[in-house]
Design a protein around this ligand. Structure first.
Ligand code: XIL
Length: 360
């Protein structure tokens, strides 16, 4: 985890781990309290007595508006616990076209012990989305964080290769044809663009990239395969230029089947334009497409949401945006109220600013 403050372009920010250290308490550990549940019951008649609110939200779906501009989806992150709580499912149905499992498809969730798979929550998400015609981004096959402990202990090349291949074949195979994008590799670069120290890089060097992408392509040939990372928010930042751009071009020239670059987009207020410019830099690689995969912006800065959305609109290779959650209070970094809906499930100024941009 990076905790030092970094200075880029004249102003300061900390990489996206400033408020939390892993592991963050998973969403499932926060069941709605009895107080909240009874408050929701009291408010239920008010909510159902106001169908026009739902209608307004549905008719102003940022997903529908984004698609009308030629893009593929405006989505969000969620999971079973959220989908079964409050109005999350209704909001997602009305306003978003895609879901990413916030935690349920991570290695430690799906495959905590060798040979043991827990499918319940991931299956729920996939079924929920499939039944409602929502696109799914699979997240994520190979990541140093939220990784099963048993994988971290492997120190043999052949064994780790087989374990990666088997994990991808098992998970990718189960959901074959249902997952539109897979984040095949997540967060593999250091801030200076070098390879992050992880069990994967220690045991396999950078060959784990080819191992993982080849296995994903063989398993589900129709899925678009993404490499995803954070702090890709400044066009001249080393992690962008020396890290993602240089390496993806190299790996593509070697025939590694990378279809897309994902920039997570966990932003500070004021970084929207930087991300918009970085989208262009990522799109200038030989990769086919780019997506903003985990957008959240601290301190309610609608201008930043507009800048990022416009940045994606203006770059033909940018195909989609996913925000990292529905309500501020459910965000993994809730202090900065970074999302599009407030605690009463009302669309915030951030949401309305996106609607306004996309309605022009
Ligand atoms: C976060 C989730 O939102 C939290 O619920 C969890 O406790 C920790 O992980 N980069 C990623 C996401 O790729 O998977 C992370 O999601 C946020 C940072």
């Amino acid at each position: 985890m990076e905790s030092e403050t970094r200075y880029i372009g004249g102003w300061s920010f900390q990489p996206n781990r400033f408020f939390f250290s892993y592991p963050v308490i998973p969403a499932e550990s926060h069941p709605p309290s009895k107080m909240k549940a009874s408050l929701m019951l009291l408010l239920a008649p008010l909510v159902s007595a106001a169908p026009t609110v739902e209608h307004r939200q549905a008719s102003q779906s940022i997903d529908a508006l984004f698609k009308a501009k030629g893009k593929e989806f405006y989505g969000t992150a969620t999971d079973q616990g959220r989908l079964q709580a409050g109005r999350n499912a209704a909001i997602i149905e009305a306003n978003f076209g895609q879901v990413t499992p916030e935690n349920s498809m991570k290695w430690e969730s799906l495959n905590p012990r060798q040979g043991q798979y827990n499918w319940g929550q991931a299956d729920y998400l996939v079924n929920w989305a499939t039944e409602r015609n929502k696109t799914i981004r699979g997240h994520t096959f190979v990541w140093h964080s939220q990784l099963a402990g048993w994988v971290n202990q492997i120190n043999n090349r052949d064994q780790l290769t087989r374990v990666i291949q088997e994990h991808i074949r098992t998970v990718g195979g189960r959901y074959k044809g249902k997952i539109y994008h897979w984040d095949v590799i997540n967060e593999m670069f250091n801030e200076d663009g070098s390879l992050r120290n992880s069990v994967f890089s220690r045991v396999l060097g950078e060959s784990f990239v080819k191992i993982a992408f080849d296995a994903a392509r063989e398993t589900d040939p129709s899925a678009k395969l993404y490499i995803n990372d954070y702090n890709l928010d400044q066009p001249n930042y080393a992690k962008v230029t020396r890290g993602m751009v240089a390496n993806v071009n190299k790996w593509l020239s070697q025939g590694i089947p990378i279809d897309g670059i994902g920039t997570q987009g966990h932003l500070q207020s004021g970084q929207g334009n930087g991300l918009a410019q970085t989208i262009k830099v990522l799109a200038a690689t030989s990769v086919k497409e780019v997506a903003v995969t985990e957008l959240d912006i601290q301190n309610n800065n609608s201008n930043d949401y507009v800048a990022v959305t416009r940045g994606c609109l203006e770059e033909p290779k940018c195909r989609a945006i996913t925000v990292w959650g529905v309500r501020d209070q459910d965000s993994w970094r809730p202090q900065g109220n970074p999302l599009l809906f407030d605690s009463n499930y009302n669309a915030k100024a951030n949401y309305n600013a996106i609607v306004q941009l996309l309605s022009q």
